[in-house]
Ligand binder design. Structure first.
Ligand SMILES: [Zn+2]
Length: 109
């Protein structure tokens, strides 16, 4: 269990932040800065600190698993294929191709 002594910026109480219940948020691009998020055990309000340099490195060496922020991405199955966009002529051709197809509605006899 890793605890970091800090002073709450909201209530000025000396607190000990348990890293098991805190979140270290980092950018995907490697930087020596991060944000530490937790709730104050004294005033129970959410707090965040910008942490930089050696503190970030020490937390990572201590085994803290950071939450990396990146741009949202789609699963590979949901990514549009690299094809030219549909045109109105494509839709008309599709309509003409479907014209001879008869559909059977299950509840019709
Ligand atoms: Zn507090």
């Amino acid at each position: 269990m890793i605890e970091i002594p800090m002073i709450c910026p909201r209530c000025d109480a000396e607190i000990s932040v348990d890293m098991a219940s805190a979140v270290v948020r980092m950018d995907v691009r490697p930087r020596a800065e991060a944000e530490l998020l937790c709730s104050c055990p004294s005033c129970e309000l959410p707090i965040s600190w910008r942490i930089v340099g050696d503190i970030v490195v020490m937390l990572l060496f201590a085994g803290i698993e950071p939450l990396f922020l990146s741009e949202p991405s789609l699963p590979a199955a949901d990514v549009a294929p690299a094809l030219p966009p549909l045109t109105s002529d494509d839709l008309l051709d599709w309509h003409l191709d479907l014209a001879p197809i008869w559909t059977v509605i299950p509840w019709e006899r």
